[in-house]
Design a protein around this ligand. Sequence first.
Ligand code: SF4
Length: 444
Amino acid sequence: MALTGLQIFKLLPKTNCKECGMPTCLAFAMALAQKKAKLEDCPHASEEAKAALAEAAAPPICQVKFGAAEAEVQVGQETVMFRHEEKFYNPTVMAVSVSDKLTGDDLKKRIEEINDLQFDRVGQRIQVKAIAVMNESGSAESFAAAAAAVKENSPLAMILYSDSVEALAAAAGPVAQAKPLLGVAQAETAEAAAKIAKDHNCPLIAQAESIEDLAELTEMIKAAGVEDIVLSLKRPALKGHLYNLSQIRAVALKKNFRPLGYPTISCVLEGGPAEQSAEALSMICKYSSIVVVETVQKWAILPLLTAIMNIFTDPQKPVQVEAKVYAIGEPDENSPLLFTTNFSLTYYTVESDVEASRVPSYILVVDTEGTSVLTAYSGDKLNEKVVAEAMKKNEVDKLVKHKKLIIPGYVAVMSGKLEEETGWEILVGPRECSVLPKFLQEVA
Ligand code: SF4
């Protein structure tokens, strides 16, 4: 639990020596509480103060990393129950399972299908980030062979998932450099599984039937020397599972209950692609740090990645694109010129419809602090002066010779004033972007 300024002050030397750059120890304590200073700036802080502050500064949910180099992913370290309270930090890692019953070309094909689960959306790359190798064969050799094949054929992070510590030991050693997430450690296998994780410096999944058992299990694993733990509950029906995940999050955040202060993993391996997608989506919302599905259907995966992208966007910072002129295709001085706002979803929607028209065009993006057309207009962030200023700043009169500007249909009301302000002819575009291709083909 974070300490207040006064609690921190009590731990400081109270000499007001100013060596930290602050006029008093109290001022330094207040700055420290607001995370505007670092304890290292006070050369006189006692070991006791350092230990107390380090403990207080530790996040209520630990951060766990797995995967090596560019494949590395991080989960956990969340600080709030609800996104609007602050923001969520580490996006849910989507993983897809690979059965170790597969061999040869079938195994390679499956790995390639998973590698290929990546998409471009509103200017960002979103993708499945991990492959979970499932020990369904019951054989340690098959498990190890599948893990080796994933390491060789995939750039993604790896999860090794087996009830058997023998299988885990056989698979983990040869792929340890890839820093896989190992699992699962249960009460009866905790010590042996923890030893494997510790030997290979890999994080470990702790799995139990109930939240209470899970808390005891993580203490056992921690005592065995493994700090990086991911929680897994044997799954009851969806409703119960979501309740348990919410309980774990609440206890970790609100009670600062360290034995449950870890990220979580959920598996959705049964049912058709649509069913898996729906269940996985619930778990992304509340509150799985890692979700493993079995389907490789792109139409089932894309909505999950889109949801993750949206949920883990800082709600206080609209996603923006740079305010400038974008050339779509190879426009020339006769090409249409449109304007829109710098809210990323608005821009990329317009961009894709302009592309679909196959009419080379210019899009002038006006800075409206990342708000959409109607929101910006209602808040007076978008008016004739703002657009005229953007046109001037971007020298659009040097790009096109026709002096015609296409404006979004939703702000048709500003056409008169904009015409007066700029001296340009204003063409009112469609209200719905989907009509834009037809509109551009007609005006071009
Ligand atoms: S350096 Fe330490 S002891 Fe000196 S004023 Fe700052 S907080 Fe107080």
